[in-house]
Write a protein of this length. Structure first.
Length: 165
């Protein structure tokens, strides 16, 4: 009987109630985040992630040993949703000469929504200069990867841009 009345007194203590409420809120928040994570997009997803990961340690040292090209990706100063704007890539080989005749693709990844990802083939505007008009359908942060392929060699440059609404 004494234990039951002592338990009733504990439930009247404001410190006990506060700690109990804090644990309840933390538990509810954890459950909510688990539900949201299970129902939303996983973000940036590569379809061949296993092959890329398997080859990473074999390809990376080879690429770092050879002569490197210099790539510079130029985005518009204020990219805006729905506006087609020109993105430029400047490519110079290891000898400092502009690269011509390369195949260049610009990949746009939206970390928060893999369904919005797209790619654009860039065309050569001048020796060492490749351009592409790009229009983003959604605002927010985007990761751009420009990939240059020429004579069996491949070089990448990445850049993060924020697209205004």
């Amino acid at each position: 009987m004494a234990a039951a009345s002592h338990l009733k007194e504990d439930f009247k203590n404001p410190w006990f109630l506060g700690i109990l409420a804090l644990v309840g809120v933390a538990l509810a928040g954890t459950i909510w985040m688990a539900v949201v994570a299970g129902q939303t997009s996983p973000g940036l997803v590569s379809e061949d992630y296993y092959e890329k990961g398997k080859n990473y340690f074999h390809e990376t040292p080879k690429a770092e040993q050879g002569p490197q090209w210099r790539l510079s990706l130029m985005a518009p100063p204020t990219p805006v949703v729905g506006q087609s704007q020109i993105y430029r890539l400047y490519v110079v080989d290891e000898a400092g000469h502009p690269v011509s005749g390369a195949s260049v693709v610009l990949y746009a990844y939206r970390p928060s929504d893999a369904n919005a990802d797209f790619e654009v083939k860039m065309t050569q505007a001048d020796a060492g200069t490749f351009t592409a008009p790009v229009s983003f359908a959604l605002p927010g942060t985007w990761d751009l990867i420009a990939q240059v392929k020429s004579n069996g060699r491949s070089f990448d440059i990445t850049q993060r841009v924020f697209i205004k609404d």
